[in-house]
Structures are given as C-alpha cells and as structure tokens.
Design a protein around this ligand. Structure first.
Ligand SMILES: NC(=O)c1ccc[n+]([C@@H]2O[C@H](COP(=O)([O-])OP(=O)(O)OC[C@H]3O[C@@H](n4cnc5c(N)ncnc54)[C@H](O)[C@@H]3O)[C@@H](O)[C@H]2O)c1
Length: 249
C-alpha cells in the first residue's frame, strides 16, 4: 500500500482523538468511516466535528476553512457501530482508550476482519508497538501514529516503527501526514519506555519544573515566566501541566 493508494480510512473510536483525526483526514480529502460503540456516542462525535470548539463550523467562521471545504469534509465522513463496515478500508487508525488489553483485543478482531494489505496504525500515547503488534499477523503493516490534541490544529504526528514494520508502511503514512498538512517524525519503537519523543521530553521538563518548585527556589509563576521568556515556550511547564492548556496525553 502506497500513500496514493490510501483513499478510505477507518477510525476505531470516535472520542477526543478519533473525532479530531477523522475531521482532519476528511478535510484532507479522505473518505473516513468512524466506528464507536453506540449511536449516541457517534452523534457526539459528529456534533463535535461540526459544531465543537475545534469543529468545522468554527473553522469556517475563523476563515481557516471555506464552506465548500467544510461541505466536502462532512460528505467524506460516515459513522457506524458495525465493525463489518471497516472491512474494505485502506488504513485503519485506532483511538480507543489507553488500555493495553483493550487495544490488543480490538486489533486482533480488526486483523481478522479488515482486508489484507490495509495498514494498521495505533494512536497510543505510549505503549510499545512491539507489545501491540503481538495481536496481529500483519506486523509489517502495523505502526504507531501518535497525533496531538486538538488533532486538527496540532501539526505533529509521531510515526513509531517496530523492527517488523516495513519501510513502505512508514512511507505511506508519511504521505498521508503530508497530504493532511502535518509534520511527521519517525521514532524507533523502544520497548520498556512509555511515550515517544515529544511527551517524553515534555514530561521530563515538567518533572524538573516541579522539583524546582518543591525546592522552594522559585514561585510557580516565576518558573512559568522563565520558560516563556527564556525559551519562548508558548506557556510555562506548570501552567500546561495544571490544565491551563489541555491536550497533552
Ligand atoms: N486525548 C489526548 O490528548 C490524546 C493525545 C494523543 C493520543 N491519545 C491516545 O488516543 C487514544 C484515544 O484517546 P481519547 O482521548 O480520544 O479517548 P476518548 O475516551 O475520548 O475516546 C475513546 C473512544 O473509543 C471508544 N471505544 C471504546 N471501545 C471501543 C471499541 N471497541 N470500538 C470502537 N470504539 C471504542 C469510546 O467509546 C470512546 O468514544 C488513547 O490511546 C490515548 O492515549 C490521546
């Protein structure tokens, strides 16, 4: 499967990430089928994609998206509770809750259902790909695709490859990221570590900021100011961690 062969994308899970990723990919011209457990959950997904804080309507109001682009994205999206509707997708992205057993169960089911040759990408925040790919036979087509929240705004996507992942699969996802206006980076799978590049570095900085605070050598406000004015961070490490800005998982 090459990037240009990817036309239809299945999204497993229509929560915060599944909705945002689905929205982004539909806007980029892909047909996207979002699968979640109930019609009520899918209605929430649909409404957050269209009317939500980072949704399409707001994008049109802010001049980021034209009405035509929004209409095309809405037409590209479909919603289902039925697994069988994912059978013919070219790429399947999984964004179910961060639970290793759940993800493995979901992937095993998808592996037996989805057509051979389709690429499998997990949006796990940190599980090793070598732990998740145990659930599937197509290990060459299995990799991590770690988006950041809100997915339609944050530009980074980390692509995590295990030793079994094929170069073609990584390249195909690089092409998908590029078409969706994202910046992708490659990361080698590191079993035993949780997280990839950005979150590992970010949480290390937050831990150090907390240590500085605990040592009583600077106030929370001054620690935040130090990073904002010394390193041009958009917001200080303790402001981010306290939820002043969300979306770091
Ligand atoms: N929220 C973030 O900022 C963020 C950022 C990057 C990565 N992630 C990762 O993305 C994944 C999803 O996170 P989220 O924040 O979107 O979670 P969420 O709880 O908002 O959404 C998960 C969705 O998956 C659905 N689900 C559960 N089991 C399912 C199944 N068998 N089939 C289909 N859908 C199912 C749930 O009903 C829910 O709607 C996690 O692995 C998380 O670690 C989250």
């Amino acid at each position: 499967m090459k990037a240009e062969d990817v036309k239809t994308i299945g999204m497993m899970g229509g929560g915060v990430m599944g909705g945002g990723i689905g929205q982004t990919l539909a806007l980029a011209g892909y047909k996207v089928i979002i699968r979640d457990l109930t019609d009520e959950l899918l209605e929430k997904t649909r409404s957050s994609i269209v009317d939500g804080r980072f949704g399409l309507k707001g994008g049109v109001e802010r001049g980021k998206v034209t009405q035509e682009q929004m209409d095309a994205a809405v037409a590209n999206l479909s919603y289902t509770t039925k697994m069988v509707n994912l059978r013919d997708v070219d790429l399947l992205i999984e964004a179910v809750p961060e639970n290793l057993e759940l993800k493995r169960t979901v992937w095993a089911e998808l592996d037996s259902l989805v057509k051979p040759g389709a690429i499998f990408a997990t949006n796990t925040s940190g599980f090793a790909i070598g732990e998740l790919n145990k659930a599937v036979a197509r290990k060459d087509l299995f990799l991590g695709m770690h988006w950041f929240s809100p997915a339609n705004i944050m530009r980074l996507v980390e692509l995590i490859h295990a030793p079994e992942t094929s170069e073609d699969a990584v390249k195909a996802l690089e092409g998908v990221c590029e078409k969706a206006g994202k910046v992708s980076v490659r990361v080698k799978d590191a079993p035993g570590e949780y997280g990839f590049i950005a979150n590992r570095i970010y949480y290390a900085a937050v831990a150090e900021a907390r240590k500085v605070l605990e040592q009583g050598i600077a106030t929370e406000d001054d620690i935040n100011k130090a990073m904002v004015y010394g390193f041009n961070w958009p917001v200080g490490p303790l402001a981010m961690a306290s939820g002043a800005r969300r979306g770091f998982a």
